[in-house]
Design a protein around this ligand. Sequence first.
Ligand SMILES: Nc1ncnc2c1ncn2[C@@H]1O[C@H](COP(=O)(O)OP(=O)(O)OP(=O)(O)O)[C@@H](O)[C@H]1O
Length: 476
Amino acid sequence: MDLSPPAASPSLAKAVETYRKAVATAATVTAYAVLARGMARELVPPDLRAAVSWAVSLVRARVEPRPAERRTVIIRSLEGNGHGHAQCNENLFFVDAHAYLATKIEPRSMSRFYLGGGGGRSGRNVLSMVPGDSMTDVFEGVEFKWTSVPGEGRFTDTEVSLELSFDAAHTDMALGRYVPFIREEVEQAQRRDRELKIYMNEGSSWRGIVHHHPATFDTIAMDPDLKKSIVDDLDRFLKRKEYYRRIGKAWKRGYLLYGPPGTGKSSLIAAMANYLRFNLYDLDLSEVHSNSALQRLLIGMPNRSILIVEDIDCCFSARSREDGKEHKTPAVTNNDGGDEEEEDDDDFSEKKLTLSGLLNFIDGLWSTSGEERVIVFTTNYKDRLDAALLRPGRMDVHVYMGYCSWDAFKTLAHNYFVVGDHPLFPEIRELISGLEVTPAEVSEMLLRSEDADAALSGLVEFLEEKKKQAMCEADK
Ligand SMILES: Nc1ncnc2c1ncn2[C@@H]1O[C@H](COP(=O)(O)OP(=O)(O)OP(=O)(O)O)[C@@H](O)[C@H]1O
């Protein structure tokens, strides 16, 4: 039995030798360094040594990057209202920042955070930082650090603050763009979440109820290009605050929706309200008995709202016929600089309502008392409308809501049965293209059964019957 250690392999022996040399060299270098430092201390005068060390630190300061200068903005939850320490207000930017950060908190990356209900019944989780914690948000490629800190207790013990810190070089951007961006984001989110209301006039005030109309631009059955042009127009309108200010006009947009009954004018208004998240103000002019009442109603409408006057052709023609003549125009402001009669201030509130009065109120009052208003007039008979309403510049967009086209039918079929095709579609296409059938009539047929086959068969029968009637009418 051989118990002697195994002979080292040639490669291992070489590695051991290399290592031994390296250790010896390092020891030599270290020894030289210690020796040189000792000699320098002995031989170089202290003044020269100080000068050299100062020069070295100077070079190092130039070469090594210096930590960037920082700025910190403190956002307190409460702020004084200028009448002494006892009185305080909620700091609205703190509320906005808090809401904004709630959308940015990444629960998986934080060990602790607060969970709240957002103060409403939305059922949404609202997360916030525990005092002492920080998080980073990136805006336009720049990092912004947010820290939650206990407040200074100037007003209450429960005060908290947020600290926003960033590189000093980005100060202008932080205050000029990032802070407004946060405000805008929060405002948009609130607009998306808010419950819409529809208001109706009672005397010279508005009464509102919750508006839950399900119509959206996806569910509206109409020509796809026309639909897109309306959505684009609304988007453009929302972005044009500065433009309207520059040209000195009220920030409003007028739509005239016309077409036969049951073609979706009311549904389109609901879709616009849902898209814009604007409340609706449904003005019943038969309830408005004087110009001053109308003026109060219009002034009582907040920004971001839609004024609706349905069947506008009926509102004034009936009145004019009743009175035998059109009343003198109560022009508050004539934006056109045109041909309306002058207002006589003395008895202006006593005068009865006229169409041009309404139009002038809208132009005049709204240019001074509000912004971001949409006004929608509807009619089944465009040809019966007053020329004042059709004049260029009055209603910005005229939309014809027509009979049910093939594209419109496909939208309805998709709304009701989530189908894009069906064996009966070719037959329906042929029937629909030769008939005047409204989307309301088609919807009514599709609603009759939850079974697509049964509902579409019923629709075919209905269309065939309608075709027969149309042929009989033509023969007479
Ligand atoms: N274009 C459409 N797209 C989707 N649904 C429609 C459309 N047109 C009508 N409908 C359906 O028919 C119903 C009645 O339509 P709506 O009241 O919008 O028509 P309207 O043109 O305003 O009628 P009116 O002139 O009588 O007020 C709606 O609730 C909707 O279900």
